[in-house]
Design a protein. Structure first.
Length: 282
């Protein structure tokens, strides 16, 4: 006679029936939690203290939005924000055009010294920012170009170009090259095949690279400090000049807004990347 599962359960002791599987915490889970706490706890503290009524951030004296409202009427911060946005938009726009053309050229054409060119073009992602800043300053001094907002733009194009080109190259490697050949066989010119076939497929990668380059440009301090002239103060330079005398709540509020903005841009970039991956597998 074969015993059924119900009969087996009836024969088992009552304490074994009530015993539930224990939840085991692995050391990887604990390590990941500690690392996340280590990285994001200072950001959380900064955000909380941006609402502190105390002018010195030494102790909590109540909740207030005064420091956020103060930023809206701070002329120096607004001018620095305007300079940072001008530099970021101009550098990213030009880098998107040059980086896309560079990625397509390197993937589609062969020419002498191609391997050397590829290695040199991606050097800005490896070289420390201080080296790029000093080299750019020496070059500008040698050709006697006056420092201004546009010299910061030129310096930012150097590293923005490399990041955008890398992202577009990664996207280009996943595309089917036969689509362009089919467009050419159907009578399209190479320019028409690029704009109507290749460019729409590269657009998610271009946008992701532009978002990454935009965040890096807005966050840059070293290169901007070496290549900025009088009246060309960017937002990181303005923040650095103010924290020399101590961190005030208005700087906490400004930093919290920058963190939220950077997080929103990262979220948009990740959303576009996932949407592109879903379309590829459909």
């Amino acid at each position: 006679m074969i015993e059924t599962p119900i009969e087996l359960q009836e024969e088992m002791p009552e304490d074994m029936l009530q015993r539930k599987p224990k939840f085991r915490v692995s050391w990887q889970f604990v390590f990941a939690g500690v690392m996340f706490l280590f990285m994001y706890l200072p950001i959380l503290v900064l955000t909380v203290y941006s609402f502190n009524a105390s002018a010195y951030s030494a102790s909590w004296e109540g909740f207030t939005l005064e420091w956020y409202l103060k930023l809206l009427s701070d002329g120096r911060v607004l001018r620095a924000l305007q300079n940072s946005l001008t530099v970021a938009f101009c550098a990213v726009f030009l880098s998107a055009i040059l980086g896309t053309l560079m990625a397509v050229g390197l993937a589609r054409y062969r020419f002498p010294g191609k391997s050397l060119y590829i290695g040199i073009s991606y050097l800005p992602m490896i070289i420390p920012d201080i080296a790029i800043a000093v080299a750019t300053l020496v070059f500008l001094a040698a050709v006697q170009i006056r420092l201004s907002v546009w010299t910061i733009v030129a310096a930012h194009i150097v590293f923005c170009l490399a990041y955008i080109a890398l992202v577009v190259t990664t996207r280009l490697a996943d595309l089917d090259p036969h689509l362009e050949e089919a467009a050419l066989d159907l009578g399209a010119t190479p320019v028409e095949a690029f704009f109507k076939v290749l460019l729409p497929q590269l657009m998610p990668g271009i946008i992701s690279g532009c978002l990454l380059a935009f965040v890096l440009s807005m966050d840059d301090f070293l290169i901007a400090s070496f290549t900025s002239g009088s009246g060309a103060t960017t937002l990181p330079l303005e923040i650095f000049s103010r924290i020399r005398t101590g961190v005030k709540p208005d700087i906490n509020a400004l930093s919290a807004l920058l963190i939220i903005g950077s997080g929103a841009i990262a979220f948009v970039g990740e959303f576009l990347a996932r949407k592109s991956e879903q379309k590829k597998f459909q």
